[in-house]
Design a protein around this ligand. Structure first.
Ligand code: ADP
Length: 160
């Protein structure tokens, strides 16, 4: 059974991520979305909140599981018996970081392949950080994130 892991911060999940998730779930038997704690990043949403939001947004996809991990992705992937890592590529600016990640992973887990999927052209400019910036200033993010994420952002910034 071909198990793939799509790791990321997903702070929060956007329609760009969701597009990759939907396409990857059509290719692989089982897709695990793995929310990373990401040392050095100060997330807006807790790991539990991010996991819950992705669960809600992917409940129509029966072969998608949502999980979180702490520590090395290479160890997590091994533990899950996965052979594939899925990552999304937007512009050339993503390339350096993704190359570094993929080559590091190859060193730590040589039997695991990183597979890249090109962004949907509709979402080429879309990132979690731009969403947080727009939402923080009260701008409209409809159509850029799942409805439950839009509501969660509204709540978060109202409170803040
Ligand atoms: P990380 O902090 O690990 O890069 P992100 O949550 O920002 O996590 O992104 C996870 C993955 O999804 C990355 O491979 C990133 O390039 C990809 N991604 C993010 N936004 C988009 C988008 N709009 N279209 C396609 N891929 C995307």
């Amino acid at each position: 059974m071909l198990i793939a892991v799509y790791p990321g911060s997903f702070d929060p999940v956007t329609n760009g991520h969701l597009d990759i998730i939907e396409r990857a779930s059509g290719i692989f038997k089982h897709l695990i979305i793995a929310v990373g704690k990401h040392a050095g990043k100060d997330p807006l949403f807790s790991t539990a909140e991010r996991v819950e939001m992705i669960k809600e947004a992917t409940k129509h996809l029966p072969n998608v599981e949502v999980d979180w991990f702490d520590g090395l992705l290479a160890d997590y992937v091994r533990e899950k018996g996965a052979k594939i890592i899925v990552r999304g590529l937007r512009a050339v600016s993503d390339f350096d970081y993704e190359l570094q990640m993929a080559l590091t992973l190859k060193k730590l887990a040589p039997t695991v392949e990183t597979v890249f999927m090109m962004t949907n052209s509709k979402y080429i400019y879309l990132s979690s950080s731009i969403i947080k910036e727009i939402a923080g200033y009260g701008g409209c993010i409809k159509g850029l994130v799942p409805d439950n994420v839009e509501a969660a952002l509204r709540r978060k910034f109202k409170r803040g």
